[in-house]
Design a binder for this molecule. Structure first.
Ligand code: KDG
Length: 353
């Protein structure tokens, strides 16, 4: 677990690759290409990065992406154009990640739960109740183990330019308030497409169904599922309150995103442009994380104002949830990799000292 970001970046910078210049039949981007600085010389070759996410254009994730676009286009003087797409316009999270591998899309920002389908070690961040708070998450993800996991993406023809924040996930449903483990019984819950999530919800007594985010609203509306779990920002901004009645602060998983770039595209950039893109992804990530944290309480209040019933989970009830899912973590530890699990738990312990 010793590799550092510097080593990873210099390896990526040295690697030779094919330039992905964008193109192809895609929907119209949501943000226009920049006018550019007319007083400066126009770049000879313009490269396009198509960036797609699952959430809508009101979400802090999209606002962070727009920030990234502004930084990159300004700092490359228009030599790199970023087209932004939201609401699954380019496909669901898994499809977009595969498109990056193929070089037919340049950027996506999926949850680590989705990335675990490509690199099982990423499921370490799907361990329920792993991070007690955001500060510990920042320390672990920004530390050695977080960076080392990002370096493993290269094997999957992906480049990981830092973690962004989806946030603590909370349960909603249309049936009844959930305050204790008993209340999960029989609830049909949509989960992300991730084995650990599925088993954790089974252990809690729920009846989980994996599903792409793009299908979720309709599934709740049609009653195919009773509920789902996501941070307050998503529950509010995606208008889940229109089809869900109860929300509980289960905070069962802190969900990180990874800012992914197609490796074939990244390898084809000049070292200078690689640095601009890398720094912009980190800067926009910090901007997005702050926005998430500043707005979470407001979004919960908005959900209640929209008529949702809020249930607070007591410390005792949360501890019962922790104990109930503990055997699932043990079961998955080998699949994730004991060395990674141990390194993450150690980093969590150190961050709390
Ligand atoms: O853009 C990323 C989103 O599609 C994803 O993070 C949504 O958390 C999500 C989920 O529940 O699928």
């Amino acid at each position: 677990m010793k590799k550092k970001l510097g080593l990873f970046l210099s390896t990526a910078i040295l690697a030779l690759g094919i330039v992905g210049c964008g193109g192809g039949a895609t929907p119209t981007p949501e943000t226009p290409a920049p006018g550019g600085d007319t007083t400066t010389e126009a770049p000879t070759e313009v490269k396009t990065m198509r960036a797609g996410i699952g959430l809508n254009d009101q979400h802090p994730q999209y606002k962070g992406l727009v920030k990234f676009k502004e930084l990159v286009e300004e700092q490359t003087n228009g030599a790199i154009i970023v087209e932004t797409y939201h609401s699954g316009q380019l496909g669901d999270d898994r499809t977009m990640t595969e498109a990056l591998q193929l070089g037919s899309q340049e950027i996506t920002i999926p949850s680590t739960a989705v990335i675990a389908n490509f690199i099982p070690e990423f499921s370490v961040f799907d361990i329920p109740f792993l991070f007690p708070n955001e500060e510990v998450a920042d320390a672990v993800l920004g530390g050695e183990v977080g960076e080392e996991l990002l370096s493993r993406l290269a094997d999957q023809r992906l480049v990981g330019l830092g973690y962004w924040e989806n946030g603590f996930r909370d349960l909603t449903n249309s049936r009844h308030p959930v305050a204790t483990v008993d209340d999960f019984k029989g609830l049909k819950i949509r989960t992300m497409e991730n084995q650990l999530h599925l088993e954790a919800f089974r252990a809690l007594g729920a009846n989980p169904t994996p599903m792409a985010f793009t299908e979720l609203f309709a599934a709740m509306q049609q009653g195919t599922v009773d509920g789902q779990e996501n941070p307050y920002a998503t529950i509010y901004l995606q208008k889940f309150y229109e089809v869900q009645q109860y929300v509980s602060d289960t905070h069962h998983i802190y969900s990180p995103w990874v800012f992914l770039v197609s490796k074939s595209f990244f390898d084809g950039l000049t070292p200078e442009h690689q640095e601009i893109v890398t720094n912009a992804a980190y800067e926009a990530g910090a901007y997005q994380r702050n926005m998430n944290r500043e707005t979470a309480a407001e979004y919960l209040a908005n959900l209640q104002a929209e008529g949702m019933t809020f249930t607070e989970v007591s410390p005792e009830a949360r501890q019962e949830m922790v104990d109930t899912v503990a055997p699932v973590i043990e079961k998955f530890a080998d699949q994730i990799g004991r060395d990674v699990v141990d390194a993450v738990f150690q980093a969590v312990a150190e961050a709390q000292q």
